[in-house]
Design a protein around this ligand. Sequence first.
Ligand code: 9MR
Length: 454
Amino acid sequence: MKPTSRSLSRAALASTLLAASIGASLLLATTSAGAATTLGASAAQTGRYFGTAVSAGKLGDTTYVGILNREFSMVTPENEMKWDATEPNQGQFSFTNGDRILNQAVSNGKRVRGHALLWHQQQPGWAQGLSGSALRQAALNHVTQVATHYQGKIYAWDVVNEAFADGGSGGRRDSNLQRTGNDWIEAAFRAARAADPGAKLCYNDYNTDGVNAKSTGIYNMVRDFKSRGVPIDCVGFQSHLSNSAPSDYQANLQRFADLGVEVQITELDISGSNQANVYGTVTRACLAVARCAGLTVWGIRDSDSWRTGENPLLFDGNGNKKAAYTSVLDALNAGGTTTTPTTPTTPTTPTTPTTPSNSGCTSSVSLDSWNGGFVATVRVTAGSTALSGWSVTTNLPSGATVTSGWNAGQSGTTGSVKWTNVGYNGNVAAGQSTQFGFQGTGSADGITSSCTAG
Ligand code: 9MR
């Protein structure tokens, strides 16, 4: 594709000329009034972040970590928070590598984008073998457990990744998750909100970087979610580009922003000889959209990229800044709209008071409600002695019906519903808690619960 008229603007021409001489551009970055000299600092001038994907296996590489710490203000674990990594066996969670990346980022003042709670790829084998309600329950439990583990620590979660089909249909991709029912995406968002109300919840996809059938399908889903109160805060545009950006790249971001969601460039990498220009174009598009909160590149050095041999990143294999880096830095320093940060908002009914039932355990219910449905998250807390099993009775108001639950055995669907621990969450140390959850139709306002040990 030819460069757009926008990419031939004065600013772009200037960055192209500057990119021809790294020396000249460094001079500009260090001598212009207000110009910052790192990606993170220059993005921060307009309230934005600049991030990268990080691999836990590279945290011992001093060149890699040096660039990471110097340049970036946001981190996305490249693979370590995916389903296969975090729940290799059903109900057994492994957060070691995700935690390593998170701790490295946080201790260096960076924030973290969580990636990705549900995706048709990189599912553990046990999940690939499930279907129907067993898969639905396992998937929602996965969302709940992972989002709960990282509760309060994640800037934004890619709750659902790549669920739309390529090509002209504008519809959903076939997958085991999709076959559990079209509402699996909204159920996942509701479970994520219930588990971590402070994290922004994003839908993330590729080949959605211009106005096309796929991005319009997603646009329609987001519009529908917003109209029905399904908790969604942001849309991620991966932007794996080859030598050009769609001419309506900025307009596409803007139409999503106009729905009231934040937009984020989540996995940027660009191949081809026009790379530096296109990096500038994409950066300026984000800067021009007030609700574009930031950009993330999918790796640090070309040698870190999943696109082997395409050299699509900002640093070469030796960690040197490329012309593409200068193009981005100059665009960030040229400024743009100041972002208008949004906070996650879902009308949530207050947590019902803890109901003491006996000395063994207590339970509390937190509800995430919308017109016609709800997700309930129930916290079971052991008293002064450890639990080796528990059951909770929830009393639902009339009209409320449980449609699925996770992390507990279920008896009944209306009125008094009894929940019993499953194999992996019956043992709770004194004073500690575990959680289970369920979703349903109708209103659960006024729900109460009581817990019994044993
Ligand atoms: O970069 C990731 C690579 O290391 C993995 O092998 C691959 C597995 O599917 O996933 C890559 O990251 C993908 C991201 O999670 C979602 N969007 C597409 C990315 C590139 O494939």
